[in-house]
Design a protein around this ligand. Structure first.
Ligand SMILES: [Mg+2]
Length: 413
């Protein structure tokens, strides 16, 4: 069912809404910077069973048509293969080869947590912080996690401390704008019929559009129309992709409140944390955000000041599981929910599934944008969305085997 800002609180769940807002604003008992740092920097990976160094011998980028994979090999012959966010990596791969892989080769993969920080120092890599560097770091990290999972016979969730849930409910996200409201409702109905999803998300506003809609009046018409079409049991979210200023975000948010929406994603410019906070403070409706955030310290500030109620790091755009898990843990310490933004490429849904399997403050639904064409084998899950849920594969690593023939046909970049 729908969530109010009050019911979204996790650890502070017994507090009344007004009290919890006051706590996060800095009164006695509020979550502190120290609390968040302690949560973020606690050790993450369970690698005690590996007694000898796992020295990285090679990191290759392999391209098969539009997909790009990473293959990592250790000196002892262990191997990990992962699928990257190929849409971005197609443009940023020189950073992967020259700055990320070049740094990681020769290092002990057991030190992955510190390596993800240390990679910023050489060749002034820290100046490149942002999606372009982080998708490269995520690509490398995921291949190394796959290798470590295979060595230790642990799934991604087990590597990060243990699987808490195995069947993840999804919200089916529509990526469309500019179609008429009745066309969008029909499209959402098709997506729900295909997946059995119990939650949906659609787009309002025009994307970075200074309040302009993709069609005049589309958002105001759609918000009640979608609720009417799907009834009270459907969880409904809407995303403006940075469309509004504060007064218009509040106006649209109030309309969502009237129709019992679950959250309002990115109501204002994504990097205007201050405007977004004004909207969050004015509405009871939960605010979601974080997919464009690339700074740990801005995430920390947002969580401490409750800029959003549902924190949405993107596993690729934000540099992988280690960095994103630190964000989830800070959100948990502040009593906020987390659900990853899903990059709509490659095996993004598989990446998100594993993340949702182990974070303690997973929101009720995970974003889902459809399946991929990458051929793989998985015994423990169909990896299809059935009755609105997808089963997390069992270990080791990501729990799948990418078709060897598909890998053989790829070419090294
Ligand atoms: Mg979004």
């Amino acid at each position: 069912m729908e969530l109010s800002r009050r019911s979204l609180l996790v650890s502070a769940g017994s507090l009344p809404f007004a009290a919890s807002r006051a706590l996060s604003a800095g009164s006695e008992g509020a979550v502190t910077l120290e609390d968040l740092d302690r949560a973020a920097h606690a050790p993450l990976l369970k690698l005690d069973s590996i007694k000898e160094p796992v020295v990285i011998k090679s990191m290759e980028l392999l391209r098969h048509e539009n997909e790009i994979m990473v293959r990592v090999r250790s000196k002892d012959g262990a191997e990990g293969l992962s699928v990257t966010n190929s849409w971005w990596l197609a443009d940023t791969y020189p950073l992967f080869l020259n700055r990320v892989a070049a740094f990681l080769v020769g290092k002990d993969a057991r030190q992955l947590e510190t390596l993800m920080e240390d990679v910023l120092q050489p060749t002034l890599n820290y100046k490149l912080q942002g999606l372009a560097l982080w998708v490269c770091l995520a690509a490398a990290e995921m291949a190394i996690l796959e290798m470590l999972g295979r060595i230790t016979q642990q799934s991604i969730g087990e590597l990060f401390g243990g699987v808490l849930q195995k069947d993840i409910a999804v919200y089916r996200a529509s990526g469309r704008r500019g179609n008429r409201p009745e066309e969008e409702v029909a499209y959402l109905q098709k997506l729900v019929a295909e997946t059995g999803a119990t939650a949906i998300k659609f787009r309002v506003g025009g994307m970075l559009s200074n309040n302009r809609d993709s069609l005049p009046g589309r958002s105001e018409a759609l918000i009640p129309m979608v609720r009417e079409a799907f009834g009270s049991d459907m969880t409904i979210y809407a995303d403006s992709n940075s469309s509004y200023d504060v007064p218009n975000a509040i106006r649209i948010g109030r309309l969502m409140e009237e129709h019992d929406y679950g959250f309002f994603e990115e109501p204002c410019r994504f990097d205007d944390l201050w405007e977004t906070k004004q909207v969050a403070d004015a509405l009871q409706l939960p605010i979601a955000g974080g997919e464009q955030e690339f700074s740990f310290r801005r995430f920390r500030w947002s969580i401490m000041n409750r800029v959003m109620d549902v924190v949405q790091p993107d596993l690729h755009y934000y540099g992988g599981y280690i960095r994103s898990t630190r964000v989830a843990r800070m959100a948990a310490a502040a009593g906020l929910q987390c659900t990853p933004h899903m990059s709509g490429w490659g095996l993004g849904y598989l990446n998100a599934l594993h993340f949702m399997s182990y974070i303690p403050n997973a929101a009720s639904h995970m974003e889902f944008k459809g399946l991929s064409n990458i051929p793989f084998h998985c015994d423990s899950s169909s990896l299809k969305c059935e009755k609105g849920m997808i089963r997390v594969p069992d270990g080791p690593g990501f729990g799948i085997d990418i078709d060897p023939d598909y890998v053989r046909k790829s070419k090294a970049i």
